[in-house]
Write a protein that binds this ligand. Structure first.
Ligand code: ARG
Length: 349
């Protein structure tokens, strides 16, 4: 914890002495505060003698991606920051014309929904593509069973102010459309739940998250979408890995990566998609199945620690998203508001 505060102070100092407004807005991003419990886990691992990983390429270890390949991906940002790039803090997944799935930890404590917008249909955060849409979030709700300490039930649903398309039939994920939904389907995701299969299923994740896995060297956020491919990991293996830092892997979670190749999602990718190709051979993006939402990790891209994702195959997770989407979010939304107030007082966590 002290190390964490020290690091924060160091960042503040660097920002104070140094540079541009861009840097300030990056360092001030809420992603960092939201990650505190995980940073604590990370610090524990460092204290236990693990060496901090060195900086790697982006998402971590991924490659540039076009929004047409991930048309269900949105960026969550605070419009008060002035632009999507400056206010960016999380990812999300379009599940129908007016609903976006994301992580609960992305919206808890975010205050009034007026301070939240999604950017859809854009590869770039800094120069939103032609045809992209900025849509205010009218209301947000998260699963009432969400536990910040364990990240259990880390799932939330955003209801948008305006539908993302007006046609009766939703646009298709076909490599051409830049805005399209990826439905929540627990049945299809189940084929990839507890992936104890050899050879491992290779999954894909996307986002604008941190490219720099080492906290000591400061964040590095790309402004262009990135994607990464990595194997799904069995629940047993993942549980074993995280037992070392006393983090429980619950049935609401699915894991990916953590191998020698050091690829992973990272800070800022939260709420974004973990995808499996359904067909053999794979035919992305048309055959993508949503299997998870980016949730947490022990730092990023540390060997032996897979990334952890909220599992769409879990019936509770899927039901929360589907019921919320069906019911325009009022009943759960009320609950969420009550909880949010309480959480506000514990912001420092
Ligand atoms: N919690 C992070 C966020 O808010 C995502 C971290 C994912 N970490 C990982 N090692 N896969 O963006």
């Amino acid at each position: 914890m002290h190390r964490l505060i020290l690091w924060g102070a160091r960042v503040a100092l660097v920002v104070g002495v140094l540079v541009s407004a861009a840097w300030v807005s990056e360092a001030a991003r809420p992603v960092r505060a939201r990650d505190e419990p995980l940073r604590v886990g990370y610090d524990r691992a460092i204290a236990a003698g693990m060496r901090a990983p060195r900086a790697r390429a982006s998402i971590v270890g991924g490659r540039g991606a076009s929004i047409a390949s991930f048309p269900f991906q949105v960026a969550l940002y605070d419009p008060r920051a002035g632009s999507p790039a400056a206010g960016f803090f999380c990812g999300g997944v379009i599940i129908d014309a007016t609903h976006v799935a994301t992580a609960a930890h992305c919206v808890v404590g975010s205050g009034s929904s007026g301070s939240l917008e999604v950017l859809a249909g854009s590869t770039s955060l800094s120069r939103p593509d032609a045809g992209s849409v900025r849509d205010p979030v009218a209301s947000s709700s998260f699963d009432s069973r969400y536990e910040p300490a364990s990240s259990d039930y880390d799932v939330a649903l955003l209801t948008l102010a305006r539908p993302l398309w007006s046609s009766q039939a939703p646009p298709a994920v076909n490599g051409v459309s830049t805005i399209a939904p990826l439905p929540v389907d627990a049945g299809r995701a189940l084929a990839y739940g507890n992936p104890n299969i050899t050879p491992a299923v290779i999954a894909t994740a996307s986002g604008w998250g941190d490219v720099n896995p080492a906290p000591g060297s400061g964040p590095g956020y790309p402004t262009s979408l990135r994607a990464v491919r990595m194997p799904l990991v069995s629940d047993g293996l993942c549980e074993e890995a995280y037992a070392a830092i006393e983090q429980t892997i619950t049935p609401r979670m699915i894991c990916a990566g953590g191998g020698r190749s050091r690829v992973d999602t990272c800070y800022g990718d939260s709420g974004g998609p973990l995808l499996a190709d359904q067909n053999n051979p794979p035919r992305p993006p048309g055959d993508y199945v949503l299997v998870g939402l980016v949730d947490f990790g022990n730092g990023c891209a540390q060997r032996g620690y897979p990334g952890v994702y909220a599992s769409i195959a879990d019936p509770d997770v899927a039901r929360f998203l589907q019921l919320g989407a069906g019911h325009r979010a009022t009943p759960i939304g009320k609950q969420a508001k009550k909880k949010r107030k309480k959480r506000h007082r514990h912001r420092h966590r």
